[in-house]
Design a protein around this ligand. Structure first.
Ligand SMILES: [Zn+2]
Length: 354
C-alpha cells in the first residue's frame, strides 16, 4: 500500500460526489429552463423551489446510500495495506502476524461517515442559494434590456457553477467544492487507517520501531523525519540502538510536528537495527509534474461537465460548442494518459463495486 493507492481510492469517492454535483447543477438548470418565456418566470421559479428540493434530496439520498460503503471499503483497504507493508521484506526476520480490521478501523470509518449528514445539509443549502441567485441576477440583467432571460440565466448559472457546489469553508476561508472536500476527508481517513494498520501489525509482532521512508521532494514539511527511526509507543524514545542510530521521536510527537499531514506522500515500516537498510532519497520530479498535469486535466473536465450539464438543459447556441469542447478535452486527456502510461481511471469501478 503506497500513498498513491490511498489517493486512488479517495478519487473514486470523489467521482461519486462529482457525478452527483453535475446532476444537481443539471437539475437546477432544468428547473430554471421551464417556462423561460413566461412573463411571470421569476415568481414561478421561486414558487417551484420545493419541487427542486425534492429532486435534490433524491440525489443526496443516493449519495448517502453509496458513500458509507465506499468509504468503509477505502479505509479498510488502506488499513490492510498499511498492515501488509508494515514488515514487508522483513517478515522472515520477525514472523508474520496478519491483523484483521478491528474496532480501530470501525471508529475511523464512523468518524469519516459521521461528517456526511452535515455535508449533505450544506450541499442542499448551496444548491438553494445557487438557484435563488440565478433568479435574482437574471431578473436584474433582463431589466437592463441587454440579455434575454435565457442568456442571462445561463451566464449566471455558468458563473456560479464554475467551481462547483461548495459544501465546506475551512478556517482560512477557502471554500471547497463537495467533491474535493470529500476526497480530502477520505484521503485523511485513509492515511490514518494505513498508519493504524502498521501500528497494529507491529504491536502484534511486539515491535516498537519504525523508519520513515524517503518520499519524493514535494513533502517539505516531513523532510526532517525522512529516514528517521520512530518509537510507536514511546517505550524506546531517544534510545541509542545497537547500530548506533538514535531513536528520533515518538510517532505521536512526529505527527504533531506535521509528519503524515493531509496528502502526505510518506509511509513508515518496521525498523530492525542492523537489518533494515536505509534507502537513499530518490527524487521524482517527473512523477510529480505528471500528477499535477493529471489533476489539471481532471479539474478542467469536471468544470466542462458542469457547463455541459447547464447547456444541455438551457439549450441555445453554446450547447454544441460546449459539448465539443468537453469531448475534445476528454480525448486529449485519454491521449495524454496513453502517452504517459497512466492507468485508465479504473479506480472508478474499484471502490464503488460492492
Ligand atoms: Zn509529508
Amino acid at each position: 500500500m503506497r500513498p498513491d493507492d490511498a489517493a486512488n481510492l479517495a478519487k473514486a469517492i470523489r467521482e461519486l460526489f462529482a457525478d452527483a454535483e453535475t446532476s444537481l447543477i443539471a437539475k437546477v438548470a432544468a428547473t430554471l429552463a421551464k417556462g423561460l418565456d413566461d412573463p411571470g418566470w421569476a415568481q414561478l421559479k421561486l414558487a417551484s423551489i420545493q419541487g427542486l428540493l425534492v429532486v435534490v434530496d433524491e440525489i443526496l439520498a443516493g449519495l448517502a446510500t453509496d458513500a458509507p460503503g465506499a468509504i468503509e471499503k477505502a479505509l479498510t483497504l488502506a488499513y490492510s495495506g498499511g498492515s501488509a507493508s508494515a514488515s514487508a521484506g522483513l517478515a522472515s526476520a520477525v514472523g508474520y502476524a496478519p491483523v484483521a480490521p478491528n474496532s480501530a478501523i470501525s471508529t475511523m470509518v464512523a468518524s469519516t461517515v459521521e461528517t456526511l449528514p452535515a455535508q449533505m445539509f450544506q450541499i442542499r443549502r448551496a444548491v438553494t442559494d445557487m438557484y435563488q441567485q440565478v433568479i435574482t441576477r437574471t431578473t436584474a440583467q433582463v431589466s437592463l434590456g441587454v440579455l434575454t432571460r435565457r442568456e442571462a440565466s445561463r451566464a449566471a448559472l455558468v458563473r456560479l457553477a464554475q467551481n462547483g457546489i461548495t459544501s465546506f469553508q475551512d478556517k482560512s476561508g477557502r471554500r471547497w467544492n463537495m467533491a474535493s472536500y470529500t476526497e480530502m476527508a477520505v484521503r485523511s481517513g485513509a492515511m490514518n487507517a494505513s498508519l493504524q494498520g502498521v501500528v497494529d501489525r507491529l504491536a502484534r509482532l511486539e515491535q516498537d520501531l519504525v523508519i520513515v521512508d524517503d518520499a519524493i521532494e514535494e513533502c517539505r514539511m516531513c523532510r526532517p523525519f525522512e529516514g528517521k527511526v520512530l518509537s510507536l509507543t514511546g517505550a524506546r524514545r531517544a534510545e541509542k540502538l545497537s547500530d548506533g542510530v538514535r531513536v528520533y521521536a515518538t510517532l505521536d510527537a512526529a505527527r504533531q510536528a506535521g509528519l503524515f499531514h493531509n496528502n502526505c506522500r510518506h509511509a513508515m515500516s518496521i525498523y530492525l537495527p542492523g537489518i533494515t537498510k536505509r534507502e537513499p532519497a530518490v527524487a521524482d520530479p517527473e512523477g510529480n509534474a505528471l500528477r499535477e498535469q493529471q489533476r489539471a486535466f481532471e479539474r478542467r473536465i469536471r468544470e466542462l461537465k458542469r457547463r455541459d450539464a447547464i447547456d444541455q438543459e438551457l439549450g441555445g447556441p453554446e450547447a454544441a460548442a460546449t459539448r465539443a469542447k468537453l469531448r475534445a478535452k476528454q480525448q486529449e486527456f485519454k491521449a495524454w494518459r496513453e502517452d504517459n502510461g497512466r492507468k485508465n481511471l479504473s479506480y472508478r469501478t474499484n471502490t464503488t463495486a460492492r
